[in-house]
Design a protein around this ligand. Structure first.
Ligand code: G4F
Length: 346
């Protein structure tokens, strides 16, 4: 799967004590944040064996590591970390590759399940995405909202979504799509906007950087915490029926607000001056410019606004987010301050 997505195939089922019967999980995309959180979550749930599939998006290497975690803490495991570009850049520049990994890659996994005669035992989770909604056709977006992807990544994920539905209907496979809205954490890749901001604010706070550049400050996202979202993945796999769900907080914030909140946490008030490419964010307390706009971060086709409605998930699987937007921003900035203090080149 994509470097930021995790998919789990499991033969597990609920025992009644909240633990799984057959404790094997395969997680793809282990270099992304979701893979590591999911592995930890499943181990805590009693899963005995978690196989981590390493997908290097740049060298097309797959399945080159298999690690039995046992009871070891995830932190004790060393997993090679590839050079990772941000999803949208890969997506637009390497559209064919994106289709191969994120679209056809899902088909390959499903086909493997079928070919091995495992359709009755495997439970398959597909890391679907709010990128499917792209140019949104309805606000907020829910399971019935029409899709309108705006990137090669979104288009590839659309195929993945439907091929999962098809295998479910054609072969009675327990396969589900988790339509996850943006979810972040201190483990988020540094090219995603939230982590780029938290790292930069941490560096500025520590005197290691003066200014950084962003693209579209007015883009709005429904940002949750990745830890909450991996719990939703697991819950979806514990149900009697395979059902697709939107997983989101329902709250929307702009990139601009994320910047303001992150700086506020380190005692800086950002005031905005100028328009479009000339816009800057200045620190009210010191007068220094800390944020600039650089059109190189604009996208060929932008997804301006995403807001999910996860009321179906609340009703059927009892899922709701725990971490607030404010807590998320603070956790990310604090973690990066700690990281940069110990290793300014991180
Ligand atoms: O953090 P982003 O790169 O995430 P994006 O594109 O929403 O995608 C993420 O969420 C999806 C779920 O909806 C996943 F499917 C996908 O895999 C990934 O996890 O960008 C968020 C917004 C965009 O509108 C972008 O234009 O932030 C805006 N932005 C503004 N300046 C920037 C920047 N994005 C990045 N990466 N870098 C900037 O400097």
């Amino acid at each position: 799967m994509a470097q930021c997505a995790a998919a789990a195939a499991t033969s597990g089922d609920v025992n009644g004590d909240g633990k799984t019967k057959r404790k094997v999980a395969i997680i793809t995309g282990i270099t992304g944040q979701d893979g590591s959180y999911l592995a930890e979550f499943l181990l805590a749930k009693g899963m005995r064996r978690v196989i981590l599939v390493f997908c290097n998006v740049l060298t097309v290497t797959r399945l080159n590591t298999e690690i039995d975690l046992g009871n070891a803490a995830h932190d004790d495991i060393t997993i090679p970390y590839p050079t990772v570009q941000c999803v949208w850049q890969i997506s637009f520049d390497l559209a064919e590759y994106t289709a191969d990994v994120d679209g056809v890659g899902t088909l390959r996994l499903l086909d493997a399940v079928k070919t091995c005669g495992l359709t009755d035992t495997v439970r398959f989770y597909q890391a679907s995405t709010s990128e499917l909604y792209g140019k949104v056709q309805e606000i907020p977006q829910k399971e019935t909202t029409p899709f309108y992807p705006r990137s090669p990544y979104g288009a590839a994920k659309l195929y993945a979504y439907w091929i999962v539905v098809n295998f479910r209907e054609a072969y009675n496979l327990f396969a589900v799509n988790g339509i996850l809205f943006n979810h972040e954490s201190p483990r988020r890749g540094s090219n995603f906007v939230t982590r780029k901001i938290s790292r930069s604010v941490a560096k500025i706070h520590l005197g290691q950087l003066q200014c950084f550049s962003l693209g579209n400050l007015d883009s709005k996202r429904d940002w949750g915490h990745a830890k909450d979202y991996v719990e939703a993945m697991w819950l979806m796999l514990q149900q009697e029926e395979p059902i697709d769900f939107v997983i989101a907080t329902g709250e929307v914030h702009s990139v601009r607000e994320f910047v303001e909140k992150a700086f506020k946490h380190v005692g800086k008030t950002i005031v905005w001056e100028g328009k479009n490419e000339e816009e800057v964010g200045r620190c009210q307390e010191t007068g220094e410019i800390h944020v600039k706009v650089d059109p190189k971060y604009y996208r060929p086709t932008e997804v301006d606004f995403l807001q999910g409605d996860s009321s179906k998930a609340l009703k059927i699987i009892g899922w709701k987010p725990r971490v607030t937007f404010e807590e998320l921003v603070k956790e990310m900035v604090d973690a990066d301050i700690e990281l940069m203090r110990n290793n300014p080149n991180a």
